[in-house]
Each structure stands twice: as C-alpha cells, then as structure tokens.
Design a protein around this ligand. Structure first.
Ligand code: AMP
Ligand code: MG
Length: 350
C-alpha cells in the first residue's frame, strides 16, 4: 500500500473541519427556519438586475427556473421599450413621429399611458418626450458633451408630452410631431421589476426582491419569516449606505445625480433632464420614493428629482401614499412618511 503523504492527511483534516463548520452553520440556519435565499445577477437593460428569492420548500431547480422566468420578463420589457434597440416597439413609435399611429402590444400602450399620467401629475417634471434632450446630452455615452444653447433650444421645442396620443382601446401610440421621441428610461426599469415580481409569484416563490439598478420591488419575506432589508445608496460615497431598513410588499426607487454623469469645469452634468430648461436638473443629489408599485416609485423618483427640493417636498406631503427621502445639494435631508424618523448617514454639501 502506498504511504500516505502527510500533506494529504492535513488537507483532509482541514476539509473535514470546514465541512463540520458548514454543516453546523447549515443546521443553525435550518433552526432559524430556512436556507439562504437564492440570488442571481444578470446584465439587462444596460444595468445590473439582481433577483433574490426565498425558497419556500421548492427544489433548487424550481427556484432557478422561477428566477429565469423573472429575468425573462425584464428582457421582454427591454425588447419592447428600449430606445437603443432599433427593432423595439418604442423605436417604431419614435420612427413614426409625425407620420401616424403605431399598433403596439397593449402593455406598451399602457406603459406610455402611465408615463403620460405621471407627466400630468408632476406638472411635466417627468416627461417621457425628453428623448431629443437625452440624445443631445448623450450622458453615459461616448457622445457625452455640453451642447450649445442653440441646440438645447431646438431640442426643447420637441419636448411636449401633450403631443402623444395613446389609444388604449386599439393599442396604438402616436407622436403627432416629427422629430419628437419618447424615452421610457425613467419608468421602464420599474415596470420591468413589477413584471418580474409577478413571474416569481406565479412560479410559487413565497418572497423575493427584484432589483433593476436603483428600482426595487419586494414581496413576502425570508423563509424564516424575517423581513427583507434594503439599503439606499449614499449619493457621494459608493460603498456607504445612506439608510438601511426593513421592507415588505412595497417598491423603492432612487434617482440620483451620481448614477450617470460627467464633470466639466467643475460642474456635474447628469442624466435626469429638466424639461423646462433642457439642462440636468439642479438642487438635489438623490430622491428615494416608496410606493406600492415599482412603476410608480420609478417614475415619481425621476419626476421629484426634476422638481427640486421645494416642489418635491410639496408634492410628497400632498401624496401620503408615497414616502419620500430627498438629499439636497447642500447635503440636507428632507423626508416624509417612513423616512421621517429614519437614521441616515451624513452627506457633505457639494
Ligand atoms: P431614473 O434613473 O429612473 O431617474 O431615470 C433617468 C432616465 O430617465 C434618463 O436616463 C432618461 O432616459 C430619462 N429621463 C431623463 N430626464 C427625464 C425626465 N425629466 N422625465 C422623464 N424621463 C427622464
Ligand atoms: Mg426613475
């Protein structure tokens, strides 16, 4: 019999020890009521999409399949509503601006319709027809630059949500003026998170989180019944959490000037454009909104960001169905609802 190398024995001992610790950890976990949740991240919609799912006694394969279906929903929404994909239904709507109504899937008409509702509700701070301005600034693309005032004025003439006609009955969308275009970047991620959560629920997942970048929708709880915890990102320190708290059966979205931006001559130019001025909105570093759906939280976070601190607080106070946390450019926090008594990390002024 060959003599065993002492190293071998050492390694097996170490392995046994690790195995024992892992087993102990697992049994402790099952005492606490369940295994760790399933977690997977994919890149879709040009950003990170993370799905966290409680297992609810399902097999590993069933949970993986459920997550796969949920990711599939995000991909489906992207294929319908992306402005980057020339064959998306949204690109077809934009390509027919000033030409005629375009027949689309009911959910595309519905999402454009919701975007218009939010535009009216926010007095045009959220405006899905910012397309020409978004393109002009090219934030987060290689074409990013500060446009001339003349270019901004020309693009501004092409921004007006009143020029979009949605017929939910016949499922058509018509942009009446040539050159105009719809950009659903401020609402489609939330809409996708809502659809993905529906897919998880349909597959029998008892609780989970779908996070499409800064747009999160949560339902149920951990397998042991404990609630999910979420963290809001600090607007100036990437690895710091601004606030952390327990949440269930709600959606939270954060819009910030730190997500996509460039700095020129000491000025920060970011991706949330004020449709009144044609420039990136000023006055806030970040806005977080809690709402019942991710679609609502996403679009309102963007809209409130554009409003600036004073108008956004007025809006938040008159809408008790949402909870809002604003961080102003001076580093001050303003909050309504659940955020009011929450402890938050300090933020230095810009
Ligand atoms: P969010 O990250 O959800 O705040 O959305 C920002 C994205 O929404 C931008 O990248 C644009 O695609 C789009 N957007 C920018 N400004 C506006 C606006 N005023 N209203 C609606 N959508 C906007
Ligand atoms: Mg948004």
């Amino acid at each position: 019999m060959p003599k065993r190398h002492p190293m071998h024995t050492g390694r097996s001992l170490a392995y046994l020890l690790v195995a024992a610790i892992v087993t102990a950890a697992l049994s402790l976990q099952s005492c606490a009521g369940g295994a760790a949740p399933y977690k997977e991240t994919r890149t879709i919609m040009g950003t990170y999409v993370t799905i966290t799912a409680a297992r609810g006694g399902l097999t590993g394969e069933a949970v993986r399949d459920a997550a796969g279906k949920a990711f599939g929903e995000v991909e489906r929404v992207d294929a319908l509503m992306s402005t980057y994909k020339p064959d998306s239904q949204l690109s077809r709507i934009n390509g027919n601006a000033g030409v005629g109504p375009v027949k689309v899937d009911p959910e595309v008409a519905e999402t454009v319709g919701m975007a218009l509702d939010i535009a009216r509700e926010t007095g045009g701070a959220f405006d899905p027809t910012v397309g020409p301005l978004v393109k002009l600034w090219g934030i987060a693309s290689r074409a990013a630059r500060v446009p001339s005032q003349g270019e901004i004025d020309s693009a501004l003439k092409l921004v007006d949500y009143n020029q979009v006609v949605v017929d939910r009955g016949s499922s058509t969308v018509f942009i009446t003026r040539p050159g105009m275009s719809i950009d659903l970047g401020g609402i489609a991620k939330g809409y996708a998170a809502d659809r993905a959560v529906e897919a998880l629920m349909k597959a029998g997942i008892p609780g989970g989180i779908v996070a499409v970048a800064g747009d999160l929708r949560l339902f149920g709880a951990h397998d042991d019944g404990s609630p999910w915890t979420v963290g809001v990102q600090h607007p100036r320190a990437k690895s710091t959490v601004l606030a952390r708290f327990a949440l269930s059966d709600r959606a939270i979205s954060t819009s910030g000037d730190y997500e996509r931006f460039f700095i020129r001559d000491g000025v920060r130019y970011h991706h949330i454009i004020d449709p009144r001025t044609g420039y990136p909105a000023r006055g806030l570093m970040s806005v977080s909104v809690l709402a019942d759906s991710s679609c609502l939280a996403d679009s309102l976070a963007t809209g409130l960001f554009v409003m600036g601190p004073v108008k956004a607080m007025e809006f938040a106070k008159s809408h008790p169905e949402i909870d809002t946390l604003l961080v102003t450019s001076k580093g001050e926090k303003m909050a309504t609802g659940r955020f009011r008594d929450m402890e938050t990390a300090p933020v230095k002024p810009d």
